[in-house]
Design a protein around this ligand. Structure first.
Ligand SMILES: CC(=O)N[C@H]1[C@@H](OP(=O)(O)OP(=O)(O)OC[C@H]2O[C@@H](n3ccc(=O)[nH]c3=O)[C@H](O)[C@@H]2O)O[C@H](CO)[C@@H](O)[C@@H]1O
Ligand SMILES: C=C(OP(=O)(O)O)C(=O)O
Length: 446
């Protein structure tokens, strides 16, 4: 997409109404693709969305010698890792792209090749996002790590060994790092304080299908018994609960009514409880969930993001737009990322009243209290929003700006919309299907 095309004109004031479909989760699919590297035979992954993070990982896998081709059904990929040993990764930096997934290649490549190179990582700029836990656990498995100017070089002088690990915080990526490394390591790995997000459970399902032995206790402990080899898998990715919640928030903020085909109650329970507390309505059936604004005022709430089963941080930004329309003072305490509220300054330019605080407001103390991070917000509503010139800062912040522009009076110019393609499949087509009045510069309808 060129610079001029990377702008969307949004004419606000029309409720979003209709039906859209969500496919496999952005936070599972690329990782299941990486898991295919561990197998001795081909894997079949279904329900794969056409998003940039998937394309980035596909490019990286191909660079490592994995053949990736479409299967028979739409959204199906066949991943064949038979030729990994002969791969040439000279061009890897150009393929790392905007995703955080390259860090998860470490374990599989160390098992397969005895060495790995990890280029710079992408992902959303919503905090420091260090990768110290990842390297610490890899060292415990027996890997050596050397930081060079162009990235990190890792080696496994001998077969990696299972170990006892306690994460300082239940990090999603570090838990996945342990899983993808421990399954082929020698002996047993015990991981405590693990993250237990639904996407992690689904990755465990993928690995079990490949032949891994993994058990999960109720106290965030995961035990993995290493095996000597793994086969391929056949798996349908769990649906994207983050995209589903984004459209749910869009329905609320625009006073609309959206049926999200593919949305699943089980992985969204905490979101659904919050949605109901705010005053949003929903109806669940076997195929999806309908979300709508039932009319009348919305309720202000106190909200704290947390690791699963808490309120997922990626749900926060879109819901904050809906909270600008609630009556009274809402409190939002972001405990997962230290800098995930910066997007609210643009909402204030549109007419919202959102004040940020360094203190931990509205609940428990978190890692970011007393540390100078503006990680709590007080949202005062309801406020009328006006169209504005907006520059998308990150994936969910970007979707939030789209929602705000759609809920606002007048026209907004939203710059940097291509960033949204990283995690939302066909979002412009979906907007049009839902009746949004959006156009590319020059008057072209999307
Ligand atoms: C591709 C993907 O799945 N992304 C998700 C994943 O990101 P990701 O796996 O990067 O997020 P983590 O759960 O690892 O990060 C959580 C917290 O741990 C900290 N941390 C993490 C690793 C580390 O080595 N050191 C460290 O300090 C981070 O800075 C952050 O404050 O989980 C996040 C939390 O649910 C989601 O918002 C992201 O959408
Ligand atoms: C923070 C996110 O993703 P990533 O970890 O890929 O940056 C997100 O999906 O909102």
């Amino acid at each position: 997409m060129t610079g001029t095309e990377d702008v969307l004109l949004v004419h606000g004031g029309t409720p979003l109404e209709g039906e859209i479909r969500v496919r496999g989760a952005k936070n599972l699919v690329p990782k299941a693709m990486v898991a295919a590297l561990l197998g001795s035979g081909p894997s079949r992954l279904r329900n794969v969305p056409d998003i940039r993070d998937v394309r980035v990982v596909r490019g990286l896998l191909q660079l490592h010698g994995v053949t990736v081709r479409p299967g028979e059904e739409p959204g199906e990929l066949i991943l064949d890792p038979s030729h990994v040993e002969s791969a040439n990764v000279a061009d890897i930096d150009a393929h790392a792209g905007s995703s955080r997934i390259p860090i998860l290649f470490c374990g599989p490549l160390l098992h397969r090749l005895g060495h790995a190179f990890i280029p710079g990582l992408g992902g959303c700029d919503i905090g420091g996002r260090p990768i110290d836990f990842h390297f610490e656990v890899l060292r415990q498995f027996g890997a050596t790590i050397e930081k060079r100017a162009d990235g990190q070089y890792l080696e496994a002088p001998q077969r990696l060994r299972g170990c006892k690990i306690r994460l300082p915080y239940p990090s999603v990526g570090s838990t996945e790092q342990v899983l993808l490394t421990a399954v082929l390591a020698e002996g047993v790995t015990e991981l405590s304080n693990a993250a237990v997000e639904p996407e992690i459970e689904d990755l465990i399902c993928v690995l079990q299908k490949m032949g891994a032995i993994i058990s999960m206790d109720t106290d965030r402990t995961i035990r993995i018994t290493g095996v000597d080899s793994l086969g391929g898998y056949n798996h349908r990715a769990l649906p994207d609960r983050l995209e589903a919640a984004s459209w749910a928030s869009a329905a609320l903020a625009t006073e609309g009514n959206i049926y999200v085909r593919g949305a699943q109650q089980r992985s969204m329970m905490t979101f659904l409880n919050t949605y109901r507390r705010v005053g949003g309505a929903f109806e669940i059936d076997d195929e999806g969930i309908r979300f709508w604004h039932p009319g009348g005022p919305l309720n202000a709430i106190a909200l704290e993001t947390d690791v699963h089963p808490g309120f997922q941080t990626d749900w926060q930004q879109p819901l904050v737009v809906a909270l600008t329309q609630a009556s009274g003072l809402s409190i939002v305490h972001e405990t997962v990322y230290e800098s995930r509220l910066g997007f609210t300054s643009a909402l204030n330019q549109m007419g919202a009243h959102i004040q940020l605080y360094r203190e931990c407001l509205g609940g428990s103390d978190c890692r970011f209290g007393q540390r100078n991070f503006l990680h709590s917000a007080v949202v005062s509503g309801p406020t009328k929003l006006q169209g504005a010139d907006l520059v998308i800062p990150d994936l969910r912040g970007g979707f939030s700006y789209l929602i705000a522009a759609l809920a606002a009076q007048g026209t907004s110019r939203v710059h940097g919309i291509d960033l949204i393609n990283r995690g939302y499949e066909n979002f412009m087509e979906k907007l049009v299907e839902l009746g949004a009045k959006v156009e590319l510069p020059g008057g072209a309808l999307v």
